[in-house]
Design a protein. Structure first.
Length: 125
């Protein structure tokens, strides 16, 4: 009888352990995301845009968008300018219109055209 009770309680124990594990991993990922933001901000402030871009690309999209909105526009434009075209296009869809315009206008002509083509295509689908 006791073994039946233990067997019946096991799924509940596994579920509780899974919830605790997920909560721990979420708090770690939040800490990691916060650390990424700090690292990108510091690197941009020091003019180390290549290092900032590497860390920026590791971040999740909502954090990337918030960061671009929070840092000075000149830093956001410079940071975005070295990102892959598809990433720039994807982010441009989510940032305010004035920031989008500043980022796209600062891109070299070939990359600007590529980002514009991607944005046009994504609008149509």
């Amino acid at each position: 009888m006791e073994s039946m009770n233990n067997t019946l309680n096991r799924p509940q124990q596994v579920t509780n352990a899974s919830v605790r594990l997920e909560a721990r991993s979420e708090s770690r990922s939040d800490e990691s995301a916060d650390q990424d933001v700090v690292t990108v901000r510091c690197a941009c402030g020091r003019g180390e845009y290549d290092a900032a871009r590497l860390r920026f690309l590791r971040m999740r999209e909502p954090s990337q968008v918030r960061l671009l909105e929070d840092i000075p526009r000149s830093e956001a434009v410079r940071l975005a300018g070295g990102l892959p075209s598809y990433t720039v296009a994807r982010l441009c869809e989510r940032v305010p219109k004035t920031l989008r315009r500043a980022i796209v206008q600062a891109l070299p002509e070939g990359k600007r055209h590529g980002v514009s083509v991607i944005l046009d295509y994504r609008r149509r689908i």
